[in-house]
Design a protein around this ligand. Structure first.
Ligand code: DMJ
Length: 464
């Protein structure tokens, strides 16, 4: 059981100084996972997940090499901003390393190091670029010791810094990578608060405190605007500091704000974050948690009154069981994972959102999301209960049955009829298949107590 210290929140200036001593690059290795007979040491299922990863990756190589994403139905590609930022290779690289695919990992690392440049006149979404690219580069740098990846991460971090130049210090949503021009004052807790791990790690690895200082000030500004009952809303203006949508929940738009309070407290021994996590999760469990059909769910409530507004739960919300498990609250984590699993099995694949009071679908797509597999992996690691490998087997079977195509994997437009859509998000390789693989792989493949995963499943090890 983790012991939480409730220290008063202090101003960030000066508080980060101890965090930032330059670190010598020390690559860390995972144990080899392939035995003499070529099978993964965790048995055939880990090997199956690895084969599915290769099916998806080979399709990317054949039809989308050098581009952001594969289009698995039309055999084409998609670049988010018209030019490639190598989204899929950067997101997938540490999964290859973890799976022991060293030749693929070496070639992918060369592709990135020789071609990726952030010197581009494009306006990018700070949140997505931070969790996928900055997180991916930092994790792969730690895994391989290739200093070119750290140089890319540092260049990217410098180009993202202007987002914090708002009157409150909370980040704008978009920034131009060449000019530093920002846009998007209406933001949300997830996009404001999900920067601590990546910017903090960059501070640690470069010895430059500015990254963590800016990210942490943003989180404190946000936390200080919580309601009297301790909840945050859905949308806040980073210039005025005023809430423009007071609906509170743990779903997309807020979710990883809570995740990073907990994880930053662990990764950086940050007692301010520990305090903010502890008080936030208490409010979440008091006002957002709900019971329905005998299960634990988390719905929506007004941030000021705590009054229940809707009873919606979805694929993104399933992340919370992992966070609860990491915090030591295994009881709630297990109950919530059972609810998420019901949502998956009732429809064959989980819909984006349902109404948990009547099990009607609210949003019917499934874009290959990882959260339910992520929570299953955490619970499997912390409990050793075969229930969670059973769940992972169900997820893998549904994915191969409903989403696999001749060229990779496709998200679903509608789970009701399993109609596929022409998109394979990079998080399928970064997260979904990584968490499934780790669930089946031998426990020593990765010690969850020694790393912190960013919200895009990039493991960061505390080398400081
Ligand atoms: C990923 O980019 C991250 O996990 C993020 O926190 C939420 N959305 C997707 C996966 O569903």
């Amino acid at each position: 059981m983790r012991v939480w210290l409730c220290l008063p929140i202090i101003l960030v200036a000066g508080a980060c100084a101890a965090l930032c001593a330059a670190q010598t690059p020390t690559p860390f290795a995972f144990p080899a996972q392939t035995s003499a007979n070529g099978l993964a040491a965790g048995g055939t299922t880990a090997e199956q997940v690895r084969a599915e990863f290769l099916h998806a990756w080979n399709a990317y190589k054949q039809y989308a090499w050098g581009h952001d994403e594969l289009r698995p139905l039309s055999h084409g590609y998609r670049d988010w901003y018209g030019v490639s930022l190598y989204m899929t290779p950067v997101d997938a690289l540490d999964t290859m390393v973890l799976m022991g695919l060293s030749d693929e990992a070496d070639k992918t690392r060369e592709l990135i190091a020789q071609n990726l440049s952030f010197d581009k006149d494009i306006e990018v979404k700070n949140f997505e670029i931070t969790i996928r690219l900055l997180g991916g580069l930092l994790s792969s740098y730690q895994l391989t010791g290739d200093s070119r990846l750290l140089s890319l991460a540092t260049d990217l971090g410098n180009r993202l810094l202007p987002v914090f130049n708002s009157p409150t210090g909370m980040p704008y949503m978009y920034v131009n990578l060449k000019t530093g021009q920002t846009r998007g004052a209406e933001s949300n807790p997830a996009e404001i608060g999900t920067l601590l791990i990546e910017f903090g790690t960059l501070s640690k690895l470069t010895g430059r405190p500015i990254f963590y200082e800016k990210a942490k000030r943003a989180v404190i500004e946000l936390y200080n605007r919580r309601s009297k009952i301790g909840l945050v809303g859905s949308i806040i203006n980073v210039e005025s500091g005023k809430w423009t949508d007071t609906s509170s929940h743990i779903s997309g738009g807020i979710d990883s704000y809570y995740e990073y309070l907990l994880k930053a407290s662990i990764l950086f021994d940050d007692q301010d974050c520990a305090h903010m996590w502890k008080s936030s999760v208490a409010a979440v469990n008091k006002y957002l948690a709900d019971t329905s059909h005998g299960g634990l769910w988390y719905g929506q409530a007004n941030m000021d009154t705590g009054k229940r507004t809707t009873t919606h739960f979805g694929a993104l919300d399933a992340f919370f069981a992992a966070v609860l498990a990491r915090s030591g609250d295994l009881d709630r984590a297990k109950r919530l994972q059972e609810s998420s699993y019901t949502m998956w099995t009732k429809f064959g694949v989980e819909p984006e959102e349902i109404n948990y009071s009547n099990f009607r679908i609210i949003h019917e797509g499934y874009p290959l999301r990882p959260e339910i597999a992520e929570s299953g992996y955490y619970l499997s690691f912390y409990t050793n209960d075969p229930r969670y490998t059973e769940m992972a087997s169900t997820f893998l079977a549904s994915l191969t049955r409903c989403c696999k195509t001749d060229a990779g994997y496709a998200g679903l437009r509608r789970v009701a009829n399993m109609e596929q859509e022409d998109r394979m998000e990079s998080f399928f390789l970064a997260e979904t298949l990584k968490y499934l693989y780790l669930t089946f792989a031998p426990r020593e493949t990765l010690d969850l107590n020694k790393v912190v995963f960013n919200t895009e499943a990039h493991p960061i090890r505390k080398t400081w």
